[in-house]
Design a protein around this ligand. Structure first.
Ligand SMILES: *Cc1c(COP(=O)(O)O)cnc(C)c1O
Length: 389
């Protein structure tokens, strides 16, 4: 099939929720993708921070092949080994409580929303509220959409679930004032990804922690994009001096396979009881086996140190480019504001030049290269991108 054939099928049969670029990828290996004509691309987006271990990492492919050949699915009515081992590793790497598995990021946040609401009801709060930051992205299911201010269009998708309170992302006093007796939780992405890589200041994170401590509300970090080494720490919060009560993960966790997780502190290990939550596919043995292989690659101090070093160097070089107004960078999570706008044109020109990047808005380019990338490949990507900025 030609690219035009695929476009015709997309046009005829697929709901038009995505604006797709005119390329068909047929193969991936490490930091590279190949299109149907055999042209090679350097991937500085990794499917939005999913393929952090690179495309088709041999250990992930082997884990999936091996598990798929033995047992793919049983439901959560029974035990299998990979998700039990994965739960232990995720909890031990972070908050030390318990894990709920699901199939995506939005579902991980759905779990967190249900959990903090149940915790609030147990504290006698009848109409629990969740405080979210302006410009946050927590997902596109109905509840997570209600917690995603820029997309929560009541006029298109209403009635949306109640109980979400929005505060500016850079005003600690407004945040403290919004947290009160009805607050179940504050939800924060330590670095807001979808809006163009905006790190939340330590003052905001500390204000959130203090307000939660004062009222008994819970602090939840959405680490779906920032987690698993992306910022140069295994979890972004580990470099920030503020520890949440629960966190959510997805994206890079499955190395390309769909899996999400919600992880709690020990204090919250028994909030859910049997019957409170569930999902048919969640934490299946194939995706969990893939995730265990991913953690073997990413949970590595030497790799995390390199992510910080490569990110800083790339950020510095980008700041020196003439068309660049601002660069925001944490590890290999990079947002570039262009002084002249035209970010979608840059994305197309980069694709033409063999580099995959993404625009989060009319004037912002986002880079999320694989974390296993070499310094030479980072330089190569920069050389391709810089003339286009
Ligand atoms: C991608 C993302 C989500 C949603 O994850 P899906 O797997 O697309 O449902 C939620 N929060 C953050 C911070 C994300 O980056």
């Amino acid at each position: 099939m030609t690219l035009q054939d695929l476009q015709a099928l997309d046009e005829a049969w697929v709901m038009p929720t995505y604006k797709r670029l005119p390329v068909e990828f047929v193969r991936g290996e490490g930091p590279h993708l190949w299109d149907a004509d055999g042209k090679r691309y350097l991937d500085f987006l990794t499917g939005i921070s999913v393929s952090s271990v690179g495309h088709c990492h041999p250990a992930v492919v082997e884990a999936v092949r091996d598990q798929a050949g033995r047992l793919m699915h049983t439901t959560n009515l029974y035990l299998t080994e990979p998700p039990m081992r994965l739960a232990e590793r995720l909890a031990m790497s972070s908050l030390g409580g318990r894990v709920f598995f699901c199939n995506s990021g939005a579902e991980a946040n759905e779990c967190a929303i249900k959990l903090v609401r149940k915790h609030a009801h147990a504290r006698g709060i009848q109409r629990p509220e969740i405080v979210v930051l302006d410009h946050a992205f927590h997902g596109r299911t109905i509840a997570t959409l209600a917690g995603t201010p820029q997309l929560a269009r009541e006029d298109l998708f209403g009635p949306l679930p109640e109980g979400f309170v929005v505060v500016p992302r850079d005003d600690p006093f407004a945040l403290e004032a919004a947290v009160g007796d009805s607050t179940a939780a504050v939800f924060i992405e330590p670095v807001q990804g979808e809006c163009g890589v905006h790190p939340i200041s330590c003052e905001m994170l500390e204000a959130a922690r203090a307000a939660c401590n004062r009222t008994g509300a819970l602090l939840a970090f959405d680490e779906i994009q920032t987690g698993l080494g992306r910022t140069g720490r295994f979890w972004a919060y580990q470099g920030l001096g503020v520890t949440p009560d629960l966190l959510t993960s997805a994206k890079a966790l499955g190395g390309g396979m769909p899996i999400g997780a919600c992880v709690t502190s020990p204090e919250l290990r028994d909030v859910f009881e049997p019957g409170d939550h569930g999902s048919t596919f969640a934490g299946g043995p194939v995706v969990a086996a893939a995730a265990l292989a991913v953690l073997d690659v990413l949970d590595d101090e030497a790799l995390l140190t390199r992510v910080r070093e490569l990110g800083e160097k790339l950020g510095e070089r980008l700041r020196a480019c003439s068309g660049v107004a601002e660069v925001r960078q944490r590890g290999l999570m990079v947002g570039i504001d262009l002084s002249g706008g035209r970010a979608p044109d840059v994305v197309l020109a980069a694709l033409e030049a063999g580099l995959v990047v993404n625009a989060t808005g009319p004037a912002t380019i986002r880079l999320l290269p694989p974390l296993v990338i070499t310094p030479e490949q980072i330089d190569e990507g920069f050389e391709l991108l810089a003339p286009l900025l």
